[in-house]
Design a protein around this ligand. Structure first.
Ligand SMILES: [Zn+2]
Ligand SMILES: [Zn+2]
Length: 207
């Protein structure tokens, strides 16, 4: 797939002058662990934003995300979708061509796997407690590092006065059935909440 015409993602990016976009998909997958659905949305929004900018439309915060939702979300009324389409068309955006260039998560997966050599099997691999906690704590680690860095930047201004800072995240998980709250790691180590205890306790006496 990497040779010849390239995949749809590469074709569309080449045609629309978005040369860094295929690589940004790979980076988001590798660095942030974005799901294929996240990447589908990200890619299509970038296409939409580029088309809107090319037509001279001014993009305010989150505007591309909002217009994308109007164009594609099942919960949007026909009237709202038509209005969004008309507004784009009046500005000179070829909405039909844009829709044809939108990709599905399957196309994203093919691109990651065939063109970029990224392992996309992760989501369908069997999960175990160790791999889940590894994923979560790696994410916490990155979040802690970013939080520390941002707070340190703030501490260089007059807005925040502190000594050296260290950030630690802790997740608490609550079961909506029994209402018991656990630290993330203890719940995973425990192997279940009070609901499971009740199930186990039904046939035996609890001590
Ligand atoms: Zn590709
Ligand atoms: Zn429970």
């Amino acid at each position: 797939m990497a040779e010849g015409g390239g995949c749809k993602i590469e074709d569309v990016c080449a045609r629309r002058g978005l040369s860094t976009l295929p690589e940004r998909l790979v980076r988001r997958r590798r660095a942030a662990g974005d799901s294929l659905r996240d990447l589908e949305r990200f890619f299509n929004r970038e296409l939409l934003a580029a088309a809107m900018r090319a037509a001279g439309m001014e993009l305010l915060d989150d505007e591309a995300a909002n217009v994308y939702r109007l164009l594609t979300d099942d919960g949007v009324s026909d009237a709202a979708r038509t209005e969004a389409t008309d507004r784009l068309t009046r500005a000179g955006v070829d909405v039909q061509a844009l829709r044809e260039d939108f990709v599905t998560y399957g196309t994203v997966r093919t691109h990651l796997r065939e063109c970029a050599g990224v392992d996309t099997a992760r989501a369908s691999e069997p999960v175990d407690a160790g791999s889940v906690t590894d994923t979560v704590f790696a994410l916490f680690g990155r979040t802690e590092a970013v939080t520390e860095r941002e707070l340190s930047r703030l501490a260089e201004t007059e807005a925040l006065e502190t000594g050296p800072l260290s950030v630690s995240l802790a997740a608490r998980v609550t079961c909506e059935s029994c209402g018991e709250e656990y630290r993330l790691l203890s719940l995973v180590e425990r192997g279940g909440c009070a609901c499971a205890d009740a199930g186990r306790g039904a046939g035996e006496s609890q001590t």
